[in-house]
Design a protein around this ligand. Sequence first.
Ligand code: TSJ
Length: 652
Amino acid sequence: MADEMKNEAGTNPMKVESEYGADQIQILEGLEAVRKRPGMYIGSTSIKGLHHLVYEIVDNSVDEALVGACDTINVQINEDNSITVEDNGRGIPVGIQEKAGRPAVEVVFTVLHAGGKFGGGGYKVSGGLHGVGASVVNALSEWLEVYVCREGKIHKQRYERGNAVMPLTVVGECGDRHGTKVIFKPDAEIFEDTVYDFSMLQQRLREMAFLTKNLKIVLTDVRGEEPVTKTYHYEGGIREFVTYLNRSAVALYPDVIYCEGTQNNVYVEVALQHNDGFNENIYTFVNNINTPEGGMHLTGFKNALTKVFNDYGRKNKILKDNEENLSGEDLREGLTAIVSVKIEDPQFEGQTKQKLGNSIARAATDSVVTEQLTYFLEQNPAIAKAICEKAVLAQRARAAARKARDMTRRKTALEGMTLPGKLADCSDKDPKNCEIYIVEGDSAGGSAKTARSRATQAILPLRGKILNVEKAREDRIYGNAEIKAMITAFGTGIHEDFDIEKLRYDKIIIMTDADVDGAHIATLLLTFIYRFMPELIKTGHVYLAQPPLYKVEKNKKVWYAYSDDELNSILMEIGRDSNNKIQRYKGLGEMDAEQLWDTTMDPAKRVLKKVMMDDETRSELDLTFTTLMGDQVEPRREFIEQNAKFAKNLDI
Ligand code: TSJ
């Protein structure tokens, strides 16, 4: 419908504002509230809120796809950072709605729907209700245009900051086509930033496509010299989602196990596959909205999984009569799963309202998974056996780990905290003033100890490669000296014992060589922190130091360059001649203490990268670490090249 909809020939834009303004006052008040307190409706006016507008509109087209009325959604980032969303559904109804006395489509865009509210986490409270959120997007847009192709005619209406500036008008014929197109430009008066991020949209739209099998979502960006297009279309839906999440791991069996069914009007879909690793990655969704805190659907899934495998294990004598049941944790070792439910009137609970509260969803998920997983295992005994055997190994390792952990706990209780011998601690006792440098190698550690500011900077040198916690079972991890040293130095404890109040340093700074090996070591360290004390990253206490790559000397003056680009611009500035002396630093060890202080450790001059993570990027980040630590070489190399992706520049 695109071309004809753009064609406004035959319209009479007219001066309808006066005629139009009168009975709109009440509505304006509603949308005025949205403009006054946008955060209440879209979570925030940051870059996150800006992207939320797109999801709000796209959600409506996805609803249309869910009832089987459309199969394609096009999303385009236009040159001016306005957004076009277009579907091939039935088209929003254009008939006069009795209560409002105006066309239904106009009501959708100008009446604030009671159910369309957002909490802090940005979720949709009302499920399945059509048009929710469209008025919020309209209110927060400098302008918005809707084109509805329905009953053979193209209907158009335009709004500015939530106000209709023309009545719904027929602007052309649509032949046998049908659908809805919305173009909107987020209001720069509202949003801190109005530039869209392609990869952010890409991530969420891909997720939506995974969650809605057979729906095709096309994302186009026309802002660059060449348009960029990505198409997401998964016939397998969440089955392919699991394959995608496991793409750089080694699967324990080739199939993705899939369960689907409806109970009490709750539609349940689950896909799962184990890999040969040890981490549990379960992502849960309600009405296509991510629930990072889980809730009833997750509980139902876990219960069913544990029960079905134990029953199977007993029945098939994989578990002997005198042996303990496999725990849920054992059975979920290396598990990647998607749990997706669709439910009317979802209740969101928990501090950030990201946890599903409807107990009916627990019962439905439990029974759908119990029934279908039992059947699947009976049909696929080799897979059932592989999973059970992995869980038995996990059970043994867990018992050994528990013993090791109890020992370290007892030790700390008896002897108090014994700080590692290699740690050169700082003298200031107020953690707020303190930072710890984790330094690769003894020689660099030596320079750092000489260079540091003793009062506030502690140095912990680590030897060689760090244990890859993605590839080691817990008992081995606890036996590792470097890991033990970090745990005691940080002071917080790990996992369920973690307590941020006990953190001994405000900044944990990872300092490694500026080369591929250094990047690898930094990632191993980050992986350890991420798996054992993710709160440290979430609360922004973890940093990467940035040692320079080059030293340039000329006429007794010194410059440091942190990248090749920077080197070139320095050389441009001072002139590239034979009086130049350029030194390439191959490692931290090549710098003397003074140079290390000047370039990398002096809080007045250094640049640190802060390691960031939030719930929305959790799945990508998880994946990033898994990718790097996994067995396959290609994804790892790719990752190292893009290492800066999860670290944001922060000048300190
Ligand atoms: F909400 C919105 F206005 F922002 C919006 C809605 C934006 C976009 C891009 C698409 C849509 C949308 C709405 N696509 N498809 C629909 N479908 C309906 O509104 C619709 C159509 C027919 C019937 C029917 O019962 O005949 C019912 C509905 C809800």
